[in-house]
Design a protein around this ligand. Structure first.
Ligand SMILES: Nc1nc2c(c(=O)[nH]1)N[C@@H](CN(C=O)c1ccc(C(=O)N[C@@H](CCC(=O)O)C(=O)O)cc1)CN2
Length: 322
């Protein structure tokens, strides 16, 4: 079961439609052009006639301008998914009124999901990053975050491996005031209660090569989304050492998979996958290297999509990714 964050939260990177734009048309006060800001709305309900009209009118009625609109209605499933990107004047359409107006429509259609995010107003998603010994995924995420390409607020990094204070990661975290918690684990003591305490104020978790299987009680206790990166092309090669499993299987494509974490190992709904060709000229070392390159890109793309409200649960174990 994927739990959706039903919070207003955001913090998109400053790219694409997300920059505020100055509207050069007629404005209420001809001396001042209103500053228009970007917003995103995602909606999921039972399908019905007129949903798009209602949602687009909700935006237009307050002077909002739709820049992008994605709709998905599966062939043999009476459900409706949409994601709209729009710009609006927060003076004419105050942030709380945006929520109220979309909530009115959500009630009309008894919506299963209706979330608005306004990057320049809403708080960024708070996340904690968990890792074990390998840190290439963490390094990639920290660098993307530093470049403003990952719209999150990293509250802490948690690892079951200790790291020397003079390492690149520890110096980076110290420079940015991000706590590092070494929580040593054993087969019999995964110290999940302590981890739960450390992550209780986050919006979602990212497992960036965390090699401990999280218990169902942990996932229930946390109650929000956990996103993992698996350095294999799921559902093939679940579990440990997927690159070696792939090498031994003689595959011609290797991959990485970012997915929601469920109690069953490496079986949660897939968010993003990336692949690369391999051949007889590759060896285990190049399989591992190519897998690591794929997984760090796959994870950061999945997190960015999630933060931009592009990822919606679909059916029992799938996702819609707009
Ligand atoms: N409940 C879940 N927990 C975790 C998942 C998941 O899908 N559901 N993904 C893993 C990450 N992972 C592969 O991506 C993975 C992690 C751990 C293992 C594993 O066999 N671990 C051993 C211990 C290994 C060690 O201590 O070095 C074990 O726990 O018995 C396989 C795959 C993260 N958690």
């Amino acid at each position: 079961m994927i739990r959706r964050i039903s919070l207003r939260a955001s913090g998109f990177a400053k790219n694409s439609f997300l920059k505020s734009s100055r509207f050069h048309g007629e404005s209420l006060d001809s001396s001042v052009s209103p500053v228009l800001i970007p917003g995103v709305h995602v909606f999921h309900c039972q399908d019905a006639v007129g949903i798009v009209a209602k949602l687009s009118d909700c935006i237009a009625a307050k002077g909002g301008n739709i820049l992008g609109y994605d709709v998905f209605v599966p062939e043999n499933n009476n459900v409706f998914y949409s994601r709209s990107e729009f710009i609006f004047d927060p003076v004419k359409w105050p942030r709380n009124q945006v929520d109220e107006d979309f909530q009115t429509i959500a009630q009309t259609y008894d919506a299963l999901n209706s979330v608005v995010r306004v990057p320049s107003i809403d708080p960024k998603y708070k996340i904690a990053l968990l890792l074990s010994k390998q840190d290439h995924c963490l390094v990639e995420m920290l660098h993307k975050w530093q470049d403003g390409k990952l719209p999150v607020d990293i509250t802490c990094v948690i690892s079951n491996h200790e790291r020397a204070s003079n390492t690149h990661i520890m110096r980076f975290l110290e420079r940015h005031g991000i706590p590092y918690h070494y929580v040593s684990t054993t087969k019999d003591n995964k110290r999940e209660d302590e981890i739960l305490e450390l992550v209780k104020d986050t919006d979602f978790l990212v497992l960036a090569r965390y090699m401990q299987i999280l218990a169902g009680n942990f996932l229930k206790g946390y109650g929000k989304d956990v996103i993992n990166i698996h350095h294999g092309l799921l559902p093939s090669f679940k579990g440990g050492n997927p690159a070696k499993q792939a090498f031994d299987a003689g595959v011609k494509l290797i991959g990485a998979t970012s997915h929601f974490v469920t109690e069953e190992l490496d079986s949660g709904p897939i968010i993003e996958q990336m692949v690369e060709s391999v051949s007889h000229r590759d060896n285990l070392r190049s399989f591992v290297q190519k897998s690591e390159d794929l997984e760090k890109k796959c994870l950061t793309k999945a997190i960015k999509s999630y933060c931009e409200l592009r990822v919606l649960p679909y059916g029992t174990n799938k996702t819609v990714v707009f």
